[in-house]
Ligand binder design. Structure first.
Ligand code: CAO
Length: 423
């Protein structure tokens, strides 16, 4: 038995943000029925293609464990199918552009058809001046405060590779859906769940809003620029690789950095292990020296300290340095490339990385469910082909008889039905 077994999701999501959410629900055991436009389907099927005519990794890695039905919701017969699906499902999830769902299926109509239904939506912005805007990942990163606080003080604002706007908001929405399902257990009623990508990013940038308010009371002493004597402006600056928690940290070079772009280590000079750090890097006198012994004294000498640390790390590979530092509980982390992560056998053992077979593209590696439930293990099942389950859903979920299915098919509402070879 899986945690969300018996929950059926009507999945109108596309691209990245929404599919992340419904994939998580599917991994927890929900039956996710992905509705796609006949012919084209989710636009990502054909984006960033690496194998000709095969669903892209963009699509396959965001749509595991789902079933696909092709349905034209603007066709009269298609609308009948849509209404039947609303009655048969527990949750509708969508990330259309603003206004699309209201045109397709207003909330009042959903409530008439199925008062228990939860309708969950991702939009770029909440109500306000930007609510009508279409939003993609980097737009959300910029509008949510991430870009202005990422990068180096004297450089451009930067976006991050972590998809905090899309996947981050999908994750927020999944939590909202599960909470609404839990509430429905008691009230019997559905409700709307909405997550704006700007809000999701801002939630993840909470510590930077903290710093914005601290600025009113003086400089942010843990930022490197304080120690370098550079005054603060009126907004939180970009902090380079400074750590956000108040313990000075930086990225330092390791052996091989001249040729390997990832031969680096994140090193935190955490106060409680300062003496051990001094011993490891070969500066034992810094333990008692007035310029270095106390964290406050070190703040104006961080460049000197990290240069010395780097002299030491440059004599070791990042993994050798990790091993030594971990022995002393000195917090540090290797800068792992995607290649190194993909080759890490331990990640396959935990199911965080999985090998998935696909009938058209062959085997590929994906990220499995990062949330582990001891009583609801996730098995990663390949993403569906476009419309692979159209007939199965009409027959088994909606209980339509063959005559009705043929009638809907002839209306053009389903596009071309994908039939199994045996049929
Ligand atoms: N049958 C018939 N029509 C369908 C359909 C179906 N199965 N599925 C969708 N459509 C129609 C919609 O009804 C809509 O038509 P109208 O505008 O006439 O009502 C139309 O397709 C457009 O859908 P869309 O607005 O979602 O697509 P888009 O390419 O215009 O916008 C995006 C894409 C991502 C910018 C927009 O959906 C958006 O802003 N979403 C919210 C924020 C978000 O999730 N962004 C992250 C995207 S990356 O993860």
């Amino acid at each position: 038995m899986k945690a969300l077994e018996g929950i059926r999701i009507l999945d109108f999501t596309h691209v990245q943000s929404g599919p992340t959410c419904t994939q998580l629900l599917a991994w927890f055991g929900a039956d996710v029925i992905k509705v796609e436009r006949p012919g084209t389907g989710d636009i990502t099927r054909g984006q960033l293609r690496d194998v000709p005519d095969a669903d892209s990794l963009y699509f396959t890695m965001l749509n595991h464990n789902k079933r696909s039905i092709t349905l034209d919701t603007k066709n009269a017969k298609g609308r009948e199918v849509l209404d039947a699906l609303v009655k048969a499902c527990d949750v509708l999830v969508e990330n259309f552009a603003p206004g699309v769902l209201d045109r397709m299926l207003p909330w009042e109509k959903v409530q008439q058809l199925n008062p228990r239904m939860i309708v969950a939506s991702i939009k770029g912005f909440g109500p306000g001046p930007y609510e009508e805007c279409k939003v993609y990942e980097n737009v959300a990163q910029c509008a949510g405060g991430s870009a202005s606080t990422t990068g180096f003080r004297d450089g451009l604002p930067l976006v991050t590779g972590a998809q905090i706007g899309d996947s981050g908001t999908g994750l927020h929405l999944a939590l909202g859906i599960v909470a609404a399902l839990f509430q429905r257990e008691k009230t019997g009623k559905g409700q709307r769940v909405t997550c704006a990508m700007q809000d999701g990013v801002l939630n993840l940038c909470r510590v930077k809003l903290r710093d914005q308010q601290r600025l009113a009371h003086g400089p942010l002493t843990e930022y490197s620029q304080y120690g370098e004597g550079i005054p603060f402006g009126d907004a939180v600056p970009r902090a380079g690789n400074d750590s956000g928690g108040g313990q000075p940290g930086r990225i330092v070079k390791c052996k091989g950095w001249e040729t390997d772009p990832n031969a680096y280590l994140y090193f935190i000079t955490q106060a409680p292990v300062w003496e051990k750090i001094c011993d490891v890097i070969g500066e034992p006198e810094w333990k008692s020296h007035p310029d270095f012994a106390k964290p406050s004294a070190r703040l104006t000498r961080l460049n000197q300290i990290f240069e010395r640390i780097e002299q030491w790390t440059m004599t070791k590979t990042k993994f050798e340095a990790m091993d030594i530092l971990n022995e002393y509980d000195i917090p540090c982390g290797p800068i792992l490339s995607m290649k190194e992560i993909m080759e890490d056998r331990s990640l396959y053992q935990t199911g965080t990385l999985v090998k998935v077979d696909h009938p058209v593209r062959g085997e590929y590696v994906s990220v499995g469910n990062p949330i582990k439930l001891s009583d609801s293990p996730s098995e990663v099942v390949r993403s569906p082909l476009l419309g692979e389950h159209t007939e199965e859903i009409l027959r088994d979920v909606l209980q339509f008889d063959p005559g009705r299915i043929a009638e809907i098919e002839h209306s053009g509402a389903l596009g071309e039905i994908q039939r199994q070879a045996a049929e």
